[in-house]
Design a protein around this ligand. Structure first.
Ligand SMILES: [Zn+2]
Length: 283
């Protein structure tokens, strides 16, 4: 009973926080919309910028031989005129492996095959779409630190899986490692890339031929659960005080307010908790 009365008092006191709670929730929704929009714009711009650099030169013979060996159609490979050594898998409906002419020029045939095998794994498992969805989820739930952690872990997991698929096919990690050494590039927003991201962990996992295992930070998990409970409590408190326009609630709130006024001006009257009155009048 003590706990229930404590909760009742706490909910009553939350009515005083009506305005700040509404401001917090509206601010939260605005930040979520802005973050998700920024992610979508940046990701689509990156994709469009890459596609706009399409090379119209005939495909190099070593690339054609790798494509033929691994049953990749010209629609699945896009070569771009870019001075950087880069490789991405991009696109959401019809993903493509995007590689630069500089990468083809600088890598040996086996290294190029390693890169194509790695990107082919991203392509066949729809990693661009999954990464974008996860980035958006991470933006929406930005206030829960565990989701940022999970997103990074997922990216490492995808890279690890693509590395292992390549190594299993080539039966060696030699060519992938040497290709990675030549193709250090910044990690793009939500595109799987042959990037420097997680390089130490990936090299270690490659050497051990191990699959990456998720390990979520316990501190971030505890913080996230705490924040979630706090937000759910505040969210459930808002409808009780936000006065939706249903006649029952409006009537009960007016009566409730009158009862409070009576209590304020008649100290000899027994004190009746306002939420009890609200419930009885609604019934
Ligand atoms: Zn990758």
């Amino acid at each position: 009973m003590g706990f229930i009365s404590f909760c009742s008092t706490a909910i009553d006191q939350l009515t005083l926080l009506q305005f700040p709670l509404q401001v917090i929730w509206k601010g939260l929704v605005l930040i979520i919309v802005l973050k998700a929009t920024a992610t979508l714009i940046k990701t689509f711009q990156t994709h469009r910028r890459l596609v706009a650099q399409r090379s119209y030169q005939p495909l190099a013979s070593k690339l054609l031989s790798v494509m033929s060996k691994h049953h990749l159609s010209p629609k699945q490979i896009l070569v771009v005129d870019n001075p950087q050594v880069l490789a991405y898998t991009s696109g959401w409906q019809h993903p493509q492996v995007i590689i630069s002419q500089a990468l083809i020029d600088q890598l040996t045939c086996q290294e190029l095959e390693a890169v194509i095998l790695h990107e082919k794994h991203h392509l066949e498992h729809h990693h661009p779409r999954l990464l974008l969805a996860n980035q958006l989820l991470s933006d929406i739930l930005f206030f829960l630190p565990v989701f940022g952690d999970l997103f990074h872990q997922l990216k490492l997991f995808f890279e690890n899986q693509a590395d292992l698929a390549c190594i299993n096919h080539q039966q060696t990690d030699l060519y992938l490692k040497s290709a990675l050494a030549k193709a250090i590039q910044p990690q793009s927003l939500a595109l799987p890339a042959l990037a420097a991201a997680f390089l130490d962990q990936r090299i270690q996992l490659m050497t051990l031929r191990r699959t990456f295992v998720y390990a979520v930070s316990k501190t971030k998990l505890v913080w996230s659960v705490g924040i979630m409970i706090l937000l759910i409590t505040s969210f459930t408190a808002i409808p009780a005080v936000a006065l939706p326009s249903s006649p029952e609630t409006t009537a009960s709130t007016v009566i409730n307010r009158n009862c409070r006024d009576l209590q304020l001006f008649s100290p000899l009257k027994p004190v009746i908790p306002s939420h009890n009155m609200t419930i009885s009048m609604i019934k």
